[in-house]
Design a protein around this ligand. Structure first.
Ligand code: NAP
Length: 483
């Protein structure tokens, strides 16, 4: 069994950030275990046509690694993946990355204060620290429809796009119409014979008003990093002070965001019946507010229809809705998102006293500051419970978390101790505060979403990134039992 100080699981933005921060702290004693054969996380996995980030790249990038070569304000998947590759190479992560290493178990040894990390191919590592950076959106949610196995044509999920299927001239049915679907639907509608979207509920959609950056803007951004920083700050402020207050329930912000979404809808859709079908009946921000310049115009195409009666079953060549109407389908595509709960579903995590994390989180995942959970010493979570955002870049949260973990590690080293475990009462009080605040927010004002596990909001943070970063700025070791 290989012994190593730190095992990082996952090589998306979180895992790479952790590796870079460790190297900057002078610590080379770590590996990054990645289940696939390349780095990139969600940006490696999601290759559907039109895949791009709905947070502007100037903010959806590391604060310490400015890129003046973004081609668009909102970059496409391939450019983001290239940025991840370039950054990993620049910071020397190459030798630390171990591919095709899918972690399936983590077991804590209380005597040695060490984790045993096992992978599906039978390898084992003994580590003092485990940093879990597996993300929240990687397990595909695939709905079950009656007679689904009867369907004869290709059927795939947007998160595992089948590029071998030629969609030209085909009757395509798309089930789902949220963040991923509004990006690929406009692309595939251009080549489809007919495309039918099965919409279960509509979304609040803001206009993106995207455009390519000019050569001059790119040169300016490279030459004047201060101006680039200011630009980043302005984008951040728009999310933090423009969109977040609406999610928090501020009536004026709610009204403004709602108004902007309705203006976007009304600009492109003139049919009052269609407008009504596309207008959500839940508060802005309860589910992710989407950004698209192309989705509503696509609905106006002659070869595109919207079905709001619900998919019920499949035949060999069609999807049948709940009213019995058949829609011809050569190809079916699920844009049905990801299974986000329970957290860490594919890893058996066994902590102090042989307790599993599944048991510890049986009432829904929780963690102190989203990073530490009682009973699992030195298991550090990046993008853990209650750290997702609906209004700005997750990379801000990941950087704060990685810095926090570095502090925990160096405090232990200075104290000549082996492990830190967040105290049960600290985690409990923190989560009481969090859930009380979340109960008044838009996320709680809807029955189901990927932000929730039953009635509990398990995925989202309660406020702005300013508050979160401040709370993680200096670790309070008194919150932990140190051994
Ligand atoms: P999603 O937001 O969970 O949307 C899933 C869609 O499928 C919804 O329209 C949902 O309807 C529908 N659906 C689910 N099960 C269904 C069923 N059984 N029958 C009919 N419809 C069903 O998934 P996603 O679009 O993949 O996005 C997930 C998250 O990924 C986003 O919230 C976002 O955070 C992230 N994302 C980000 C970007 C980006 O640009 N940064 C791009 C894509 C995704 P209901 O609304 O009725 O549940």
């Amino acid at each position: 069994m290989e012994t190593i100080k730190t095992v990082i699981i996952g090589s998306g933005f979180g895992g790479l950030c952790m590796g870079i921060k460790l190297k900057q702290a002078g610590d080379d004693d770590f590996i990054i275990l990645e289940k696939a054969d390349d780095l990139g996380g969600t940006w490696r996995e999601n290759t559907y046509p039109g895949a791009e980030c709905d947070i502007p790249s100037a903010l959806y990038s590391y604060s310490f690694e400015h890129n003046s070569e973004w081609q668009f304000k909102w970059s496409g998947q391939q450019q983001i993946l290239k940025y991840q590759h370039d950054t990993a190479a620049k910071y020397g992560l190459g030798n630390h990355l171990k591919y095709q290493a899918e972690v399936n178990s983590l077991v804590f040894d209380e005597t040695q204060q060490r984790w045993t990390v096992s992978t599906t191919d039978g390898k084992q590592f003994k580590a003092q620290h485990v940093v879990c950076a597996i993300g929240q959106l990687h397990k595909l949610a695939t709905p079950v429809f009656a007679d689904a196995d009867q369907f004869n044509g290709p059927l795939f999920h947007s998160g595992k796009w089948d590029h071998s299927v030629d969609l030209t001239g085909k009757n395509i049915v798309v089930i789902g119409n949220a963040a991923s679907a509004v990006q690929f639907i406009p692309e595939i509608a251009k080549v489809a014979k007919h495309l039918t979207i099965f919409q279960r509920s509509p979304n609040w959609i803001l206009a993106k008003v995207d455009r390519p950056y000019s050569k001059r803007e790119q040169q300016f951004s490279a030459k004047f990093p201060f101006a680039a920083k200011l630009y980043r700050k302005c984008i951040w402020a728009l999310g933090e002070y423009g969109v977040l207050p609406a999610i928090k329930g501020n009536p004026i912000s709610k009204w403004l965001v709602r108004k902007a979404c309705l203006a976007n809808l009304n600009k492109h859709v003139s049919d009052p019946e269609l407008r009504a079908k596309l207008t959500p009946d839940y508060p802005v921000g309860a589910k992710r507010v989407l950004f698209s310049d192309h989705y509503f115009p696509t609905l106006a195409r002659d070869n595109v229809s919207l079905n709001t009666d619900g998919a019920a079953s499949f035949t060999s060549t069609a999807v049948v809705d709940k009213l019995g109407k058949q829609t011809d389908a050569d190809v079916i595509i699920y844009g049905t998102g990801f299974q986000t709960n329970p957290f860490l579903a594919d890893i058996d995590v066994i902590g102090v006293g042989q307790r599993t994390i599944r048991d510890a989180w049986s009432d829904g995942a929780q963690a102190y500051l989203g990073v530490s959970t009682h009973g699992f010493p030195n298991l550090h979570l990046l993008y853990g419970p209650n750290t997702n955002l609906g209004h700005t870049s997750i990379i801000i949260m990941l950087e704060a978390q990685a810095d926090y973990v570095i502090q925990a590690m160096s405090n232990l080293d200075q104290l000549a101790k082996q492990s830190c475990e967040v105290k049960s009462e600290v985690e409990h009080d923190y989560n009481q505060e969090l859930q009380a605040r979340l109960s008044t927010m838009a996320f709680s004002k809807i029955e189901n979403s990927w932000y929730k596990d039953g009635d509990k909001v398990t995925n989202n943070w309660v406020g702005g990134t300013r508050e979160y970063v401040k709370r993680l700025k200096k670790i309070d070791m008194a919150a932990y039992t140190v051994r």
